[in-house]
Design a protein around this ligand. Structure first.
Ligand code: ADP
Ligand code: ZN
Ligand code: ZN
Length: 750
């Protein structure tokens, strides 16, 4: 690379006024090493700050005497690979974040804190040809020194500590061998190992026909160096084997792989399988690692010591230089969207990164997000479908229970007769059960326990949300509100309420019904300590418990052959979230949890309790019918112009003064309205526009309002126009006491 005189540097401070390149001179002695992506120390005003070189330039606009020199280069190799820079710039534009916010995604916190990596001394021979001669020279005087030389003759290199142990020698022998020029000592980095679960090497099974076809499609993309493949495979169809096959293929081409899972602690089995197949060649990256572990894994990757990175969403930023494949497992999961700035979606970043690196993206799921399946159907993605389980086990039959009937028959318990019997039988057979308590959306909507009626907005197809403040029901999409009803407007029953259902309450009742059953609870409370997830899943796998009950956590990726019953309590709770995706979320949840049973040789069974079992989400889920659900749901989205037929732009405004925040939001709306009225592109793409209180009005003493904009999914031009508007909106409305956050297609409007 040629050497340049100046560098454009991003300062490592998050302030909008610093969100640009500052130019510095590169001192002569640094020209060799001052490359793009390297971390530097620079004078800034009266301070000395860290930054990153993003450009190298021959000349700059600023007068020569005003330009200051870089003080110091902070790392021997650039922390950012130059191939990453276009991705950083794309993130800034796509997510309206500052450059430094995008850069920090790629940097482990340990590096910014100048954490020191641990090292150890290793010894090796200077020459191997003259070994016998050297041994002869020292043998008479020191048998220990000779022993050291003999050991080193048999291995390439060895840590000094081990070497001394083996030779029974002391460090003075090492020093004198070094002095004579016989051996060489080097510092070698040592890494903390964040993954202690031992797993023996496993062999790949022979792929079945559907898997062979899936691999064929993926391999073709790998050969072409591009493409997005949506792999829809029913639970247990062997998607993970397909991922590993694809990874092998990419390794053959000497390229590297990122495997993303929704949450590491909930999917230890996936990680284990990759570790088992690829061993030391796998690094693990996720946010629950300690700073040191994370830093070490990052260095292992940066120094090209591994070819496969497995991790949660932040692993999409892993510093691999020759990326050939990204796999997004359970690609429909919401945890792939960042809920802090920058509010990126992992799938979008992965797609862009693959495009830039000529790599292939595989999205895998039993229940793909509607948007993804739609894209596959219209030809933007390759679509591969696996309809059968890997060893042809049948998908478990799903029975739905109507809880309104149970109430009519006088059963006021949270367990229906069917579920009670099923649990009893499973216990008798010494098999295990999983019980999902669907708490999503609980105590938020209002429904009738007699007829199942849910109070909905008259203008939108979403349920109203209960607000304790003022005892009101409100719509989060259009702002409509009404009073809390005394009786059901549909049937007149007084059993209408917003009821809650806690995991603890379920556990108590279950223990009363089955006093000898061994119960294991997995929810927010029991998993707050480090390693808790793992301990719980491990104990269940070892059959120390009969029933695992919990929230959404128990629905994901588990593969336990002894589980023959899955029960779902309040399956419809999530149907009533004030969210256009509530049907989709419910369908996914039931399908996923049903997939946890019948995976071994024994047949499985699923019992789903609900107040509206006739709802299409529950019906299609109970028939394992993804495509049927997709058709129905897509029609509804089209009818109401929700994604994928529109984009939602959400501008969240927060601040401590309630009136101020509201006024500010209203002003913003007015401004946007004026812009829209003078610009044809904006106007033609607008579906609707409004300003509302956020559903949770106050968090951490900050009041929250939002401007919601829905635009047509139409042309690129329209999206661009709205992007431009949003960008200037953020700059124009920047203020110290009010925070403005922009989110494209937010997954939640809370
Ligand atoms: P998914 O990820 O689609 O839920 P998995 O990859 O976990 O499915 O596979 C389900 C089970 O079937 C696993 O226990 C796996 O080891 C096994 N399996 C997958 N493919 C094969 C195959 N071709 N032959 C035999 N067993 C397989
Ligand atoms: Zn009713
Ligand atoms: Zn509404």
């Amino acid at each position: 690379m040629e050497n340049r005189k100046y560098a454009g540097i991003v300062i490592d401070q998050t302030h909008p006024s610093l969100d640009k390149l500052f130019h510095y001179a590169i001192p002569k002695e640094m020209t060799e090493q001052a490359q793009i992506g390297i971390r530097v120390q620079v004078p800034f005003g009266s301070r000395s700050l860290q930054g990153y070189i993003l450009t190298l330039d021959d000349k700059v606009e600023i007068p020569k005497d005003k330009i200051k020199p870089i003080k110091k280069l902070l790392d021997p190799v650039p922390a950012l690979d130059p191939s990453i820079i276009p991705l950083i710039i794309w993130m800034k534009e796509e997510y309206h974040c500052m450059l430094i916010e995008a850069i920090r995604c790629f940097i482990p916190p340990g590096l910014r804190l100048n954490m020191k990596g641990k090292t150890q001394k290793v010894a090796m021979l200077q020459e191997t040809d003259t070994l016998d001669d050297w041994i002869h020279q020292v043998e008479g005087r020191s048998p220990n020194m000779a022993a050291i030389l003999r050991i080193l003759g048999q291995v390439d290199r060895m840590p000094v500590r081990e070497l001394l142990d083996m030779a029974g020698a002391s460090s003075s022998s090492i020093r004198s061998l070094e002095k004579r020029g016989f051996i060489l000592l080097e510092d070698e980095e040592i890494y903390r190992n964040p993954w202690t679960i031992q797993q023996g090497q496993t062999e790949a099974p022979e792929l079945n026909e559907e898997q062979v076809h899936a691999s064929y499609v993926i391999n073709q993309c790998i050969a072409e160096g591009r493409g997005i493949v949506l792999l829809r495979g029913v639970t247990g169809s062997g998607k993970t084997e397909v991922y590993m096959k694809a990874a092998e293929e990419v390794l053959k081409h000497e390229r590297q792989v990122i495997v993303l899972v929704p949450e590491i602690s909930l999917t230890p089995q996936t990680v284990n399988r990759f570790k088992g197949r690829f061993g030391e060649n796998v690094a693990i990256l996720h946010s629950r690692l300690s700073l040191g572990e994370r830093y070490d894994e990052w260095r292992r990757i940066r120094h090209n010591e591994v070819s496969i990175v497995v991790g949660a969403r932040s692993a999409v930023f892993a510093p691999l230089e020759n990326l050939g494949l990204i796999i997004l497992d359970e690609a429909h999961e919401d945890s792939y969207k960042s809920d802090v700035r920058p509010r990126y979606h992992t799938r979008e970043v992965a797609a862009k990164r693959c495009e830039l690196s000529k790599a292939v993206l595989v999205l895998g799921s039993a229940t793909p997000a509607l948007e993804d399946y739609y894209k596959a159907k219209i030809g933007e993605y390759h679509l591969v479908e696996m309809e059968n389980r890997a060893e042809d086990q049948p998908l478990p039959p799903v029975e739905t229970v109507d809880m309104r009937r149970e109430l009519e028959m006088g059963n006021r318990s949270m367990f229906s007769n069917d579920l009670y019997r099923a649990l009893e039988q499973t216990l008798k057979r010494n098999e295990q059960s999983i019980l999902l308590i669907n708490r999503r959306g609980y105590a938020q909507f209002v429904s009738c326990r007699s007829c199942g009626h849910v109070i909905k907005c008259t203008h939108c197809d979403v349920s109203l949300t209960y607000h304790s403040r003022g005892q009101a029901l409100k719509c989060h999409y259009c702002g409509y509100h009404e009073g809390y009803p005394r009786v059901c407007p549909e049937c007149g029953s007084k059993y209408i309420k917003n009821f809650g259902l806690g995991t603890q309450k379920v556990e108590e009742e279950l223990q009363n019904l089955f006093p000898t059953a061994r119960l294991l609870r997995m929810d927010f409370d029991t998993t707050s300590t480090k390693g808790a997830h793992h301990r719980i899943l491990d104990a269940f796998e070892k059959k120390e418990y009969d029933i695992l009950l919990g929230t959404q956590m128990v629905a994901k990726g588990l593969d336990f052959p002894n589980v023959t019953l899955v029960g779902v309590l309040a399956a419809d709770a999530s149907l009533n979230l004030p969210d256009y995706r509530s049907s989709e979320k419910t369908f996914q949840l039931i399908t996923q949890v049903a997939g946890r049973t019948g995976r071994g040789m024994k047949p499985g069974r699923v019992v789903v309790q609900s107040y509206q079992p006739e709802h299409y989400s529950i019906q299609h889920a109970s028939h394992h019918d993804y495509t049927g659900f997709f058709k129905k749901e897509l029609d509804i989205r089209r009818q109401f112009a929700y994604p994928p037929f529109s984009h939602i732009i959400r501008v969240l405004i927060t601040g401590e003064d309630e009136k101020e925040v509201a006024q500010y939001a209203k002003n913003m709306l007015k401004w946007v309205n004026e812009k829209v009225n003078t610009d044809e592109a904006l106007k033609s793409g607008l579906v609707d526009l409004g300003v509302f209180e956020a559903p949770i009005l106050r968090i951490n003493n900050k009041y929250r309002w939002q401007v919601l904009i829905r635009i047509e999914q139409g042309t690129h031009h329209i999206k661009e126009a709205w992007h431009c508007l949003s960008e200037s909106l953020i700059r124009r409305f920047y203020r110290e006491d009010v925070t403005v956050t922009l989110d494209f297609n937010p997954l939640s409007l809370i």
